[in-house]
Design a protein around this ligand. Structure first.
Ligand code: UD1
Ligand code: CA
Length: 448
């Protein structure tokens, strides 16, 4: 049984008031286009997307995940499907969805396909019961429970306007019936458009059988403006957070925890309100993540505690404590059982196991060994105004408070630097480097 998935996404999305194409706006870590393709994947491993406005950008985001057909002018949903005729040919069933229905669940699409196949229907339409059906197509059922036709709001009479069963826009057709109907759809309506919904009446009139399956009104919500985008994103996050909780993650306040769709979190991890966890982040089990933390595209091992910190494109080993107010910039690799304390900034650096960088320190472009102590206020002076240089601090070294390590420089194994030193030359293993001027006390200076 070959099912073809078609996603309509050629519209401009004027109501977004945006320079970015509508389906490239993001919700819970994915673009709308990706959400739409993702739910279609359950019936077709490579759905066809009808693109029009900003087609290059849309195609780039979906590259490899979908095929594309181009609709030059947006002459209606029926016209959009006509563009995909060649892709429909050779399939048994065709499923139509929209690029902006990001709350549509896989189960609803699968249910619609099952209904069509099991009851040998010519088509099935996904409908919902709307509190306010204004603007939407109304479902006209006959007395035997079959769908007779769909009437657009603008074309509906007074009686039909009272119907609150609406067309979500999602269909499953027998492909032959659809191809036949596509050839017969006209544009004699208030908008002069080719309505896909007319296929229903055409199939019905030629003796075909059409039924409806229902989903809740929220799933049917199109995302047309920023207010609907916020609403959809909230619902997506609710689903994501719910799944994490079911899997054993504690969210202290799920309404105020922002986790993207592709984030993985181990069980017994506790996440406090106000955390934003984005991209392809993986978090191990037994971690505690306190509020105002932002983690993006990073890997956090088990039993890590993070307080109010930013971690971007980095990794943190098990048992390590981060923050409050630490900033791990891209390519920071922190070992196990480390302490990365308050106002510590790390960038493009490796930090060995058991190392402590407790306060007010900048480490950029450095390799710090195991069991090292970087005292308060240490600065790796990695930038000479022209080049970024790399510094190395070997295992067990003790770098005194307020030391400047002027890169490139090497502090040997177990070496010490005196507080306030500006280190410009390598420090041999086990040595103590003192690089500051000696203190002079001027007696009775105040009296004079
Ligand atoms: C359509 C349905 C209506 C249904 C509503 C649900 C028709 C005629 N009407 O309304 O019954 O209740 O959806 O939201 O089908 N698109 C294209 N090319 C086009 C036109 C549209 O790709 O030429 C795409 C849009 O990008 C969008 C989707 O199809 O993703 C729906 O288009 P939209 O204009 O929002 O549909 P409506 O006519 O409002
Ligand atoms: Ca719409």
């Amino acid at each position: 049984m070959k099912v073809k998935g078609i996603i309509l996404a050629a519209g401009k999305g004027t109501r977004m008031k945006s320079d970015i194409p509508k389906v490239l706006h993001r919700a819970a870590g994915r673009t709308m286009a990706e959400w739409a393709v993702n739910s279609a994947l359950s019936v077709d491993e490579k759905p066809t997307v009808v693109v029009g406005h900003s087609k290059e950008e849309v195609m780039q985001i979906l590259e490899g995940k979908a095929d594309f057909v181009f609709q030059l002018e947006q002459k209606g949903t029926g016209h959009a499907v006509m563009m995909a005729k060649e892709n429909i040919k050779g399939s048994d069933y065709t499923v139509i969805t929209y690029g902006d229905m990001i709350l549509l669940r896989k189960e609803s699409i699968e249910g619609l396909v099952d209904l069509t196949i099991n009851e040998n229907l010519d088509a099935a339409v996904l409908t919902a019961f709307a509190d306010d059906p204004t603007g939407l197509g109304r479902i006209i059922n006959n007395s035997e429970g079959y769908v007779e036709k769909i009437v657009e709001h603008r074309d509906a009479n007074e009686e039909q306007l009272k119907i609150n069963e609406i067309n979500t826009g999602v269909f499953c057709f027998k492909s032959d019936a659809l191809l036949d109907a596509l050839g017969k759809i006209g544009c004699d309506n208030s908008q002069g458009e080719y309505y896909l919904t007319d296929a229903v009446e055409i199939i019905n009139k030629s003796g075909g059988r059409i039924k409806s399956a229902h989903c809740d009104a929220l799933e049917a919500l199109g995302t047309n403006d920023r207010a609907q985008l916020a609403l959809s994103a909230k619902e997506l996050r609710r689903r994501i957070n719910n799944e994490h909780m079911i899997n054993g993650v504690t969210l202290i306040d799920p309404d105020n925890t922002y986790i993207d769709a592709d984030v993985k979190i181990g069980n017994d991890t506790i996440i406090y309100p106000g955390c934003v966890i984005e991209g392809k982040t993986e978090i191990g089990s037994g971690c505690v993540i306190y509020g105002a933390t932002n983690i993006k595209d990073s890997k956090i091992a088990e039993n890590v505690t993070i307080k109010a910190s930013n971690i971007l494109h980095s990794s943190v080993g098990s048992g390590t404590n981060v923050g409050p107010n630490a900033y791990l910039r891209p390519k920071s690799k922190i070992g196990k059982n480390c302490k990365i304390g308050d106002f510590v900034e790390i960038k493009n650096s490796d930090i060995g196991d058991d190392t402590k960088i407790s306060h007010l320190t900048y480490v950029g472009d450095a390799d710090i060994g195991k069991d090292v102590n970087l005292g308060c206020g240490v600065v790796v002076v990695n930038y000479d105004g022209k080049n970024k240089n790399r510094t190395v601090v070997e295992d067990n070294a003790f770098v005194g408070c307020n030391t400047n390590l002027v890169s490139p420089v090497r502090v040997g194994k177990g070496a010490y630097t005196a507080a306030g030193s500006t280190i410009t030359e390598d420090v041999p293993e086990g040595a103590l480097a003192i690089a500051r001027s000696r203190q002079i006390n001027k007696e009775d200076w105040k009296k004079k």
